[in-house]
Every structure is written in structure tokens, then in C-alpha cells.
Design a protein around this ligand. Structure first.
Ligand SMILES: Cc1cc2nc3c(=O)[nH]c(=O)nc-3n(C[C@H](O)[C@H](O)[C@H](O)COP(=O)(O)OP(=O)(O)OC[C@H]3O[C@@H](n4cnc5c(N)ncnc54)[C@H](O)[C@@H]3O)c2cc1C
Ligand SMILES: Cc1cc2nc3c(=O)[nH]c(=O)nc-3n(C[C@H](O)[C@H](O)[C@H](O)COP(=O)(O)O)c2cc1C
Ligand code: SF4
Length: 683
């Protein structure tokens, strides 16, 4: 798995991805496309217009050798976008969009703008929510306003006007979003369109609004501009569109306008599991949806087909092109992770490629939280210009990194890249820290790539690594080390439950499956992957699992896009969900659970062992001792040792600390996180 460790047989076939392709009027140098992904780099304060962060972000990816970039969704109407998304419905968006185009063209890539209206799931307080039918997109969501025909015409016109704006800004083409459960897909799908007028009913009626929109967009564009559509091949929803339905609808739509390509995705914004398939996480196998673009290519051999989703696997991407199952392979998250991915493929430096681990934490997980994207693997996301303008440290330092988890590894690699001499020491017998436990969970194996690739990068760059040695404060010699990074992680505090002989930690439970008995109660105090992942792991090993959570939800810290697949998997494995409860004692062989709010108690019979997740504390004693001693060099405290959080923060801290070493404090504050308190620095 991953590109860096691509086996030699496959390496020889990478050339399949590097063949040129003609897409409409565009000559593309290779078969890889950067797929649309919302960055949320803008804000209300920036009037929802593109910002300098967008320009730097797209420039960096164009520079990285990809032939074609399709932008994040650009909203065509004021009723569509939410905070932080780009409003392309205004003429004053044109000059800012033109800056992105210029940056991408300067670097030799082509740029298509994706235009969209989110319909029933994407409105805002000021404008309300609009949809073909008054169906809330998920439980508890707003009931949208059912569009009347003149409003449908207004939105179709807004698509055309936005396409025109994009042409004026210099884009090479436009992709109309007809999938993912956005407005146009809501018209197509019987799950979302219950209308009885000319815009509903049979397939022809449901496709009417889309056909009119595409016709208008095509008329607004000059003939040399590329026109594509993004579609969902399958709604993955009872009562929604199947693959066969979608093929028939697209067949009709291809007759309404001169469409150069079909970009074949899947899923719908309508409750549940379907959404989890759209940005499929590591629990889905690579290429899980490759049959969809293949079916489109088979049905429409004359139209270019772009494939997407979990195709950032060498074997899958290469074979799809070789088999003619798609003309172009799009990837979204791989470009968040490694902007220079294609350049490295082209130059044969595959070992330098950083792979997306499909964790959904930093990218779409942050969007859910209303924040700009970042990445567990690539902390430079959104700060490209800052990192590019960083000046070199005045002199090489001698750096000791204590701890080889993600924080320590990332710090060592970043410090070494800036010319420092780095030694990394870990008490364990392998690098990776807690990530090794995370990756030991069923379906979470891909997490290991994060630390494997960092460990490889450390070895390649000449970081000296010593394993099996626990560092004590008094052996950190101030003559030897001008900078010390403490990345010693966290520990789980023991917890007692009256009457229970033992309460296991997640890590202990992972290596003691045979001792846990048949029915395991997991007390999840942090809503994390550690607890939910252990539940799946144990259930797959044949145990009966009850997750008990003091909160009203299970796995509340897990990205929605992952959780919507995780919870059905757990349910299928027979895991019990006990929310708003905590175990308080064992009594007559039963666990007594108390309700979080009412305190009411009930007995859970037959539990053989209890595992408590959460209750971590920072392993920061080395730092405190060095602080007390007045260590004269620079000392950093990072990752869980600063405060127990996740691999996302650990890598971020590691990167910023590695880049800060030797840099005077004033200059270092230009780095993200240095003005706040992401991590501590002495001196
Ligand atoms: C089961 C499980 C599942 C998880 N799942 C996720 C997930 O899905 N997503 C996520 O983001 N996070 C997850 N985490 C949390 C994540 O792994 C941690 O937040 C992250 O590893 C912290 O990184 P770190 O480098 O700060 O510390 P650690 O990974 O804890 O590494 C610290 C290292 O320091 C070494 N060390 C400690 N003291 C010394 C010393 N004195 N001398 C030398 N070496 C020392 C240790 O041996 C260890 O290797 C999970 C954790 C667990 C246990
Ligand atoms: C952070 C993020 C934002 C996304 N935003 C969009 C978007 O604006 N428009 C769109 O059509 N798809 C969007 N997607 C979906 C991707 O284009 C793609 O279909 C999905 O990530 C699966 O491809 P991948 O496995 O290569 O990441 C987004 C995905 C991510 C991760
Ligand atoms: S945060 Fe995770 S899923 Fe998202 S791009 Fe980075 S590695 Fe991939």
C-alpha cells in the first residue's frame, strides 16, 4: 500500500499514467487530474471570495506536475454557499478567480472550475434552503423551500452566468455538478424529487431542470472551452438512482449540450451510509467504486470519462488506464497530502511520495467543524506561501528528538531538511509510537503508512535513530544538544470501578484478546477512533461488545464521513450502543450503569471485562525537568506530550517545531501555530 513502497513490477507500468490525453480542446500531459475539494480558505469577512491562500494552494499543486486541476465547488447563487465557501455568483469574484487561473497557468497546468448549487443541504440563515421538494436532507435538518418554476429558471440562469464569469476569468472550462446530492442531483433522484409538475415525475421530468441548466451553460461558453459534468453513478439509497438509472439519465443529458467529459462519482447528501461512500475512508478497499466509471466508459465510448474515489493506489490507478476503464484518474485527497505527487511519479522518485491514509480527519473532518482543511500527513496545507518563504536558519543546530511517534518523527524530518544534525531516540523497539496501536485495529491498518513513510524519510535524509533507550532528563547534555524536542507522548491514567478486579486500557486490551472473555464493555470517555476501532476489532474477533458512552452519541470525535460507515458496521457486528451512561460498579456479577443526567441505574449482565478509553495525560516530565534546570538550549514540547490530542496535532507540532529550530523567535512567529500555544518552546 502507498506509492513510496510501490513494488518494482508496478513501477514499470507507471508510464500508463503519464501518457498524454486530449480532453476537448485541451492537450493534457498525463492521465491524472486533481479532483475538486473545498478548502474553506475563505470567510464571511473575505466576502466569500478567493483568498491568497487559495492562490498559493492551487499554485503549489499546479507546480507539482498535474495536468488538469478542477477547482473546489464554486457557488452559482447566494442561496447555495455556506461560510468559508467561494461565492462565484458576483462579478467581483472574477479578478480573484483570475488570480488562481494565472497561478495555475504560470505553472503549466490547466484549470476547470466546478460550478454548483447545494440545494436542500447547503443554504444559510439569511437565504433559507432550497430544493426540488420540501424534504430535509437529514434528520433534524432544515425543511427546504420547494422551488417554483421561475426560481428554477433563475438558478439555471445563475449557472450560465457563473460559467461566463469563469470564462472571463480565464478558466479552460467548466464542470457542472450534477452529482453528490447537490441541487441538480436532487432534481434527478426520485429520493429527493417528489414533484408532480413538469420538473418531477418520470425520469424525463426529473432531468428537465438539469437539461435546461446544461443547455444554458453550454450557450454561455465559447466553443473552445471544455464542458464537463460530475455525476453520481449510484445514490446508494433505497428509492434513489441505481447505476442503470444513472446511465440512462446521462445518456439523455449528453444529448442536451456538447459535453466533453463525464466525471463519475457516486453518493448523495441524504442521510446515512451513502455519504460515507463519497469520501470513502481507509475501511473501504482501494478501487471500491471502480466499476462505476468502467460502466460509463463502456456505455459512452466516445465521451471522455474521469474516474474518482480511492484510486490513489498504484495498482488500481494503473490498471484502470491500462484496461481502458477510464480516460483520466482523478484524485482529491492524494493532492492534499502531496502536491508534488505527479512530478515525483514522472521523475521516478516514488519513494518520496507521501501517501494519503484516508483518515478523513484533517481534510473533510475539519470542514465539518467549519474550519479550513489541513492534513494529518501534510501540515503545510493552507500555509504553502509561509513555508515557501521561510528563510534558512542562521547555522546548523545539534538536535536531540526524544520520542519516535508521529510528532518526534515529523520534527526530526523537518529539522533535518533544514540542515540540522538530528538524533532521534525512542524507548520502544520500533518507531511510530501510539500509531502502531492505532494501525493494529481492524480496518485501520493504513494508519501505519503515516509513520512508515516518515521513518523512511528520516532514514533517507540522515537522521540518526536509536531505539530501545529511555532518555532521562539528567542525561540530556547541554554541551551536546543545542536544541531538544520532547515528543514523549501520553499515558493512560489507571481507572478503578468498584467491584471490578481490573479495568483494561485500550492498548492493553489490544494485546490481550484471549484474556478478555466473551462480552467486553468499552467505556468510551473520548468518542474517539481508539474506542470505536477497538469495538470493531473485538467484534470481528468474535466478542460481544457493548460501547458505553457518557455522551448522547457514540464516536462523536470521528468524522461524519467515516462514522456513517462505521456505525452501520458496528451494528451489523452486533455491537450494543449504550449512550448517556457510565459504568459505576460491579454488583452480583453485573455491571451497574448510571444515566448521565438522571442518575437512574440499570444492570448489564454477563460482562466479562471492562476497557476504559480516554483518561490520557501528557508524558511531559522531561520537559518540566529541563525547564526547572534552566536548560540553556532551545527546548520544545510537542504532540501528546504537550497535551494528549491526536496524530493530526502531533504531526503539525512536529513540523512547526522542526521548522522553528534555530530560527529567532520573532521570525518563527510567522509559522502557523507559533503565535498561539500549540506547543511550548523554552528560550
Ligand atoms: C488505539 C489507538 C487508536 C488511535 N487512533 C487514532 C486515530 O484514529 N487518529 C488519530 O489522529 N490519533 C489516534 N490515536 C492517537 C495518536 O496515536 C496519538 O495522538 C499520537 O500518536 C501522538 O503522537 P506523539 O508523537 O505525540 O506521541 P506517541 O505516539 O505516544 O509517541 C511517543 C513516543 O515517545 C517514546 N518515549 C516516551 N518517553 C520516552 C523517553 N523518556 N525516552 C525515549 N522515548 C520515549 C515512546 O516510546 C513513544 O514511541 C490513537 C491512539 C491509540 C492508542
Ligand atoms: C476536503 C474535501 C472537500 C471536497 N469538496 C468537494 C467539492 O467541492 N466538490 C466535489 O465535487 N467533490 C468534493 N469532494 C469529493 C472529492 O472530489 C472526491 O470525490 C472524494 O474525495 C473521493 O476521491 P479521493 O479518494 O481521491 O479523495 C471533496 C473531498 C474532500 C476530501
Ligand atoms: S487528512 Fe487524512 S484523508 Fe485527508 S488528505 Fe490528509 S491523510 Fe488524506
Amino acid at each position: 500500500m502507498g506509492w513510496a513502497r510501490t513494488e518494482p513490477r508496478l513501477r514499470k507500468r507507471v508510464s500508463a499514467l503519464l501518457q498524454p490525453f486530449r480532453l476537448g480542446t485541451l492537450e493534457l500531459p498525463n492521465r491524472i487530474v486533481m479532483a475538486p475539494h473545498t478548502t474553506a480558505f475563505t470567510s464571511d469577512a473575505a466576502a466569500n471570495l478567493p483568498t491568497d491562500r487559495h492562490v498559493a494552494y492551487y499554485r503549489e499543486r499546479a507546480r507539482g506536475g498535474v495536468g488538469l486541476i478542477i477547482t473546489e465547488g464554486l457557488h452559482v447563487h447566494s442561496t447555495s454557499f455556506q461560510a468559508r465557501e467561494i461565492d462565484a455568483s458576483r462579478d467581483d469574484a472574477i479578478p480573484r478567480l483570475a488570480e488562481i487561473v494565472a497561478a495555475v497557468h504560470d505553472e503549466g497546468a490547466r484549470l476547470i472550475g466546478q460550478i454548483m448549487h447545494t440545494g436542500g443541504h447547503g443554504g444559510n440563515l439569511q437565504t433559507g434552503w432550497l430544493a426540488p421538494s420540501a424534504i430535509p436532507w437529514s434528520t433534524g435538518a432544515q425543511i427546504p423551500h420547494e422551488l417554483v418554476p421561475h426560481e428554477i429558471a433563475e438558478i439555471a440562469h445563475a449557472f450560465a452566468a457563473t460559467a461566463r464569469r469563469l470564462e472571463l476569468a480565464g478558466f479552460d472550462g467548466v464542470e457542472v455538478h450534477v452529482g453528490h446530492g447537490h441541487l441538480l442531483h436532487q432534481f434527478l433522484s426520485p429520493a429527493a424529487n417528489h414533484r408532480l409538475d413538469a420538473y418531477g415525475g418520470d425520469a424525463e421530468g426529473r432531468a428537465r431542470a438539469v437539461g435546461e441548466t446544461l443547455k444554458g451553460v453550454a450557450e454561455a461558453l465559447s466553443p473552445d472551452k471544455v464542458l464537463g459534468i460530475r455525476v453520481s453513478a449510484d445514490d446508494f439509497l433505497p428509492g434513489g438512482l441505481s447505476l442503470d438509472d444513472s446511465l440512462d439519465i446521462i445518456d439523455d443529458l449528453l444529448g442536451t449540450a456538447p459535453i466533453d467529459y463525464v466525471h463519475v462519482s457516486h453518493s448523495m447528501y441524504l442521510e446515512g451510509y451513502t455519504l460515507a461512500t463519497q469520501i470513502a475512508d481507509m475501511s473501504f478497499p482501494p478501487g471500491a467504486f471502480r466499476q462505476f466509471p468502467a460502466a460509463f466508459k463502456h456505455r459512452f465510448p466516445e465521451t471522455a470519462v474521469i474516474a474518482i474515489c480511492r484510486l490513489d493506489d498504484p495498482g488500481v490507478a494503473i490498471s484502470m488506464i491500462e484496461e481502458g476503464a477510464a480516460d483520466l484518474i482523478a484524485m482529491a485527497r492524494q493532492f492534499i497530502t502531496d502536491p508534488a505527487f505527479v512530478a515525483k511519479l514522472s521523475s521516478g522518485e516514488l519513494e518520496g511520495i507521501r501517501s494519503c491514509i484516508h483518515c478523513n480527519q484533517g481534510c473533510v473532518g475539519r470542514l465539518e467543524a467549519g474550519s479550513p482543511i489541513t492534513c494529518v500527513v501534510n501540515p503545510e496545507v493552507g500555509y504553502e506561501a509561509v513555508f515557501r518563504s521561510l528563510s534558512s536558519p542562521p547555522r546548523p543546530e545539534r538536535v536531540l528528538v526524544v520520542g519516535g511517534g508521529p510528532a518526534g518523527l515529523q520534527c526530526a524530518v523537518a529539522a533535518r531538511a533544514r540542515g540540522h544534525a538530528v538524533r532521534l531516540v525512542d524507548a520502544g523497539d520500533a518507531l511510530g509510537g501510539q500509531v502502531r496501536h492505532a494501525a493494529a485495529l481492524s480496518g485501520r491498518e493504513e494508519f501505519a503508512l503515516l509513520v512508515d513513510e516518515l521513518a523512511d524519510a528520516a532514514a533517507r535524509s540522515g537522521v540518526e535513530v536509536e531505539l530501545g533507550r529511555r532518555i532521562e532528563a539528567d542525561e540530556i547534555d547541554e554541551e551536546a544538544w543545542t536544541a531538544v524536542a520532547i515528543a514523549t507522548g501520553s499515558r493512560t491514567e489507571p481507572v478503578e470501578i468498584p467491584g471490578a478486579a481490573r479495568v483494561w486500557t485500550v492498548v492493553e486490551a489490544l494485546s490481550a484478546l484471549d484474556h478478555l472473555g466473551a462480552h467486553v464493555l468499552i467505556w468510551d470517555r473520548e468518542g474517539s477512533w481508539a474506542a470505536a476501532g477497538l469495538a470493531e476489532h473485538l467484534a470481528r474477533a468474535g466478542k460481544h461488545v457493548s460501547i458505553v458512552s457518557p455522551a448522547p452519541a457514540i464516536a462523536w470525535g470521528v468524522s461524519v464521513y467515516s462514522k456513517l460507515a462505521l456505525l452501520p458496521r458496528l451494528a451489523e457486528l452486533g455491537v450494543d450502543f449504550c449512550t448517556l451512561e457510565s459504568p459505576v460498579r460491579l454488583e452480583d456479577g453485573a455491571v451497574v450503569l448510571a444515566h448521565t443526567i438522571t442518575g437512574r441505574e440499570r444492570r448489564l449482565e454477563g460482562v466479562s471485562s471492562i476497557v476504559a478509553a480516554g483518561g490520557l495525560s501528557a508524558e511531559d516530565s522531561l520537559f518540566r525537568e529541563l525547564a526547572e534546570r534552566g536548560y540553556p538550549g532551545e527546548v520544545y514540547l510537542l504532540g501528546d506530550a504537550f497535551a494528549p490530542r491526536s496524530a493530526l496535532e502531533a504531526v503539525f507540532d512536529g513540523k512547526i517545531a522542526g521548522a522553528s529550530i534555530g530560527v529567532p523567535e520573532k521570525a518563527a512567529t510567522a509559522l502557523p501555530g507559533r503565535r498561539g500555544h500549540r506547543f511550548s518552546r523554552l528560550r
